[in-house]
Design a protein around this ligand. Structure first.
Ligand code: AHG
Ligand code: MN
Ligand code: MN
Ligand code: MN
Length: 332
């Protein structure tokens, strides 16, 4: 199959849609980071990348070695691109500046360097997620407040999935495209354009072990899905849970469905488990660009103005009809 490489695709976007060459350079650097992580993941125990790091991140999660390795790979690749003035990462408490000897650029980037950490040691799909924001006033040492803009401001977002194939999925706000890493040449090749998600769905994803803690609208919505053909929904629904948001979103982009990570009664002060700036915003931008939807049960995720870089949020994303239904239950 003859198709475009990622670099050729970015050149085409520069010609056809005035894509900023600096943003293009940032995406190439992100793709280089993902490629390096992919090679490490493929080697697993042989590369010594499995197991715990023995530390905790700012969210109180035990860090895996690969969480930290991936973070370091991202930070280095992005800093060298000269296209950002700062970075924030799930794994680092404060804003990460660009080293003084390197040039800065007009963008800010937020990333989850390794998503699906609990899958690392069992050889199940994992990924990296990124979100690019414009810096309002590019400066050498941006502070956390400089990142606190709603997801509608994102100029690019995407993820890379390290599964049976390594795939990079990307949006600049003009639809969603997918690239597959050719392992023989180390090149990301364009393998899907204009990715669309059906409004209706037959599949849902939620961690049902938390059912007893859910709020009533979520209990009602899932109970109705489980009733199947003879219930109010009048059809059967299938369920999947990979425990890596990247893999759930990837499945939805390929064959539809809804993904949920609601807040729950264990701790009502916590607005959810997933992180707004590293996970929910980039995935919501991808969803909306594929004709799907994303809310926190009450409002569009992309409209939320963050108060902190590590802020968490409830997430309902995927098939528009299903997201609208579960969101409407929250209003009742
Ligand atoms: P991370 O590995 O980056 O901390 O994110 C894990 C997230 C997300 O990817 C996934 O959907 C969810 O946590 C899995 O949660 P459970 O442990 O409840 O299955
Ligand atoms: Mn984590
Ligand atoms: Mn994650
Ligand atoms: Mn992570």
């Amino acid at each position: 199959m003859s198709t475009l490489s990622l670099s050729q695709y970015l050149c085409r976007e520069q010609q056809l849609h005035d894509l900023d060459p600096v943003l293009s350079r940032l995406i190439v650097s992100v793709s280089e980071a993902c490629k390096t992580i992919s090679f490490k993941v493929r080697n697993g125990a042989l590369a010594g990348v499995l197991g715990m790091a023995g530390s905790e991140n700012v969210q109180g999660e035990d860090q895996k070695k690969l969480d930290i390795i991936s973070n370091d790979i991202f930070v280095e690749a992005v800093a060298l691109s000269g296209s950002v003035c700062g970075m924030v990462s799930e794994e680092i408490p404060e804003v990460i500046p660009v080293p003084e000897d390197l040039p800065i650029g007009p963008y800010l980037i937020c990333f989850d360097p390794l998503d699906g950490s609990s899958n690392i040691d069992i050889n199940v799909s994992i990924g990296s997620i990124f979100s690019v924001l414009p810096a309002v006033r590019p400066k050498r040492e941006p502070v956390a407040e400089d990142f606190l803009m709603p997801g509608t401001k994102q100029v690019a977002a995407g993820y890379c999935m390290y599964g049976p194939q390594t795939q990079l999925v990307l949006t600049f706000g003009r639809g969603v495209v997918m690239f597959t890493l050719d392992p023989t040449t180390g090149t990301f090749m364009l393998t899907a354009e204009d990715v669309r998600v059906d409004r209706s769905a037959k599949e849902f994803a939620i961690n049902c072990s938390n059912m007893r803690h859910w709020e009533d609208p979520v209990k009602r919505y899932v109970a109705e899905l489980l009733e199947g053909k003879t219930g109010v929904r009048g059809k059967d629904f299938n369920m999947r849970w990979v425990a890596a948001m990247v893999a759930e979103v990837h499945r939805i982009l390929q064959r539809g469905g809804i993904f949920m990570y609601p807040r729950d009664h264990r701790d009502l002060t916590k607005p959810g488990k997933l992180r707004l700036m590293y996970e929910a915003n980039p995935m919501s931008m991808l969803m909306e660009n594929a004709g799907a939807a994303a809310t926190n049960g009450h409002q569009r995720i992309l409209d939320i103005v963050p108060e902190k870089i590590h802020q968490r949020v409830a997430v309902f994303l995927g098939a528009a009809d299903e997201v609208e239904r579960v969101t409407s239950y929250h209003a009742e």
